[in-house]
Design a protein around this ligand. Sequence first.
Ligand code: PLP
Length: 429
Amino acid sequence: MANKNFIAGVEQARTLDQQDVLAKFKDRFYPLADNKIYMDGNSLGLASKDAEAALLKVMEIWKNEGILIWNAENGHYFNYGKNIGARVAKLINAEANEVMITANTTLNIHQAIATFWKPTKERYKILVDDLNFPTDRYAVDSQIALKGMKVEDVIKIVESADGIFIDEDAVIEAMTEDVAVILLPSVLYRSSQLLDMELLTKEAHQRGIYIGFDLCHSIGSVHHNFKSINPDFAVWCNYKYLSAGPGATAGMFVNKKHFAKEVGLAGWFGNKDETQFQLKHQFDQARDVTAYQTGTPNMFSMAPLEGVMNIYEEAGMENVRAKSLNLTAYMMYLIDTRLNEYGYSYTNETEDHKRGGHVALVHEEAYRICMALKAHNIIPDYREPNVIRLAPIALYNSYEEVYQLIDALENIGKNKEWNNFSQERTIVI
Ligand SMILES: *Cc1c(COP(=O)(O)O)cnc(C)c1O
């Protein structure tokens, strides 16, 4: 399963770090206090110097220019969501005018459903899976309720057979004539499964169904090719792998073939630039992805993303994906060879083309092992009831850090260090 011939011993980790074309980018990010090892960049990426510089620059322009910030640099900040979107578009090989940086993921799902779901008597169902992150369901369900319909009449759920993975064939089988829209994750947040988005989109389109994906767990980690996947829409947050900061403004992709559609949720920043400041009461919708903005761009939550795009453009998304796959393959090799005897296993996809950016380590003492890892100066990510998500981030984690993580997990297992900690849950762990 591993895609490299890995061997025991820390020397190989050091050699891999020496050969790593991305190693130099570690210095562009700030190390955590006490040099903690960070394995949680899939929940909130670390701060970079580039993100900080972009944020301070916006602050500086506001200080010096006041309202003229909207005119600065030829309207760069007025069109900030579109301009940063054009750069993020390259990460998924979409067209520059198909990506907008706006709102948050949950609101962008509301926007997508409000736009793409136009139920008729014959075609009204929304197809989802039962493993997606809950906010996606909350948004879909409330859109259904807003139309005065019953959730149980409209929602069609593809159930996972094992509670871990989604079977693409089961999704395709569920694409019946009454389905109008499909919303699925690209990578499952627990098991790291990367769905075959191209196949699913092709099958949906053959049946006249719109399909969109939530890229929260793949953007900045998986190198998507939207030119060949060709989905109708996609949404994502920018604070996970992309490291644009807590609460960073989110992203939205709308396929250019849909630019004639009326947006579901309109606002004055979705108006054409030429007529926006005429302030008429008739919405004059922009005919590109700009239409999907509602209000004034929240610039301080967007600037760090602009900064971090410098790093991605220098590093190259294909290099990021290659290293990410190799880091997780190395981690799985070390778990297989050193941790199984202490009750550890993993429930993520192992094949490269089916695996996202993290390893889902499983142990019956997972919760208290996370506590013990923190005592070892390592930050993991816990998901009920027994999963520890470990995401080595290509731009700032090293092979040696993965090795140190395994050393810690081995010691914790050997000495049953979880006995030093309570089972009681704290809010965010
Ligand atoms: C992280 C995540 C979200 C977050 O939604 P926000 O509205 O940005 O808070 C949504 N969906 C999935 C699948 C996620 O992983």
